[in-house]
Design a protein around this ligand. Structure first.
Ligand code: NAP
Length: 245
């Protein structure tokens, strides 16, 4: 019998788990445990790291998992690397469910950068009086900590790392509305947004609001996917893959 491990922490992970439950396919969703009150998927759930590749292999074997879907966030690079290594060692098939990246329109003013250090270097070029909205995650503030600009840091949980001297924390969780994003940018006179290219509709409204205001967006592009692992972009395609196992 098929027993699927869904590595989650995303809306797609939740939707896939719900689909598995509705099709009576056995599913366990795994969450990292970073968020104190996560939105739990339907079906069985486990929370917390596995203990690296070896811990993951032990889990897969003890729970008799027959397929893995890595539906983690496109920037959760370590979990994806661990799942790839565990799949190679055990022969348990792995699929990556990776939602499409956002694409700029001709009206957008994006500066695409390969990583957060480069994003911080671009912000360092701005006047010290510039107001910056930072939505790259609470664990990844260190690159911006020495900068003099005024930051609005939006995250689901309070940040743990070093923060810029001028930094207001906005604790909030998507989905975000266009009217809410317009208000946030206008009220705080935001000049530039720094974000990761997460893709998906839940957090895309800020890009529309930025476009309307002609604002610059420093877009951190995604890390590369592992070679040789099949990738799909939506829940329907992941379900079709699982049904063929
Ligand atoms: P990461 O750097 O790729 O993973 C670090 C470690 O966290 C992994 O080695 C693993 O620990 C554990 N881990 C990560 N995802 C897990 C999962 N789904 N189930 C069990 N353990 C998991 O991950 P991250 O970027 O910190 O992201 C953590 C979680 O938040 C992911 O589930 C991801 O989908 C979600 N998320 C991430 C972002 C982001 O921007 N990175 C944004 C939104 C949501 P062990 O080695 O001990 O197994």
């Amino acid at each position: 019998m098929t027993r699927v491990l869904v590595l989650g922490g995303t809306n797609e992970g939740r939707l896939l788990a719900a689909e598995m439950v509705s099709l009576s396919i056995e599913v366990v969703s795994s969450l990292a445990g970073r968020v104190s009150s996560p939105r739990l998927p339907e079906g069985e759930t486990r929370i917390g790291g596995f203990g690296g590749v070896d811990g993951l292999i032990e889990y897969l074997e003890s729970k008799r998992i027959s397929a893995i879907v890595d539906a983690t966030h496109p920037f959760a690079q370590r979990m994806t690397a661990n799942a790839t290594a565990a799949s190679r060692k055990t022969g348990i098939p792995l699929l990556i469910l990776n939602r499409p990246a956002w694409q700029p329109t001709p009206e957008d003013h994006w500066i695409s950068v390969p990583h957060l250090t480069e994003a911080a270097a671009r912000i360092a070029e701005k006047p010290a009086s510039a107001n910056i909205l930072l939505t790259t995650g609470r664990q990844e503030t260190a690159a911006f900590a020495a900068l003099p600009q005024r930051f609005w840091l939006r995250a689901v949980e309070p940040p743990t790392g070093p923060l810029p001297q001028h930094c207001e924390i906005i604790l909030d969780r998507g989905p975000f509305t266009l009217s809410g994003e317009r208000k946030l940018l206008e009220q705080n006179d935001i000049a530039t947004i720094v974000t990761k290219n997460s893709g998906g509709p839940m957090t895309a409204a800020k890009l529309t609001a930025a476009r309307e205001r002609g604002l610059e967006v420093v877009m951190v592009e995604r890390p590369p996917l592992p070679a040789g692992v099949p990738v799909v972009q939506n829940v329907a395609a992941a379900t079709a893959w699982i049904r063929k196992i």
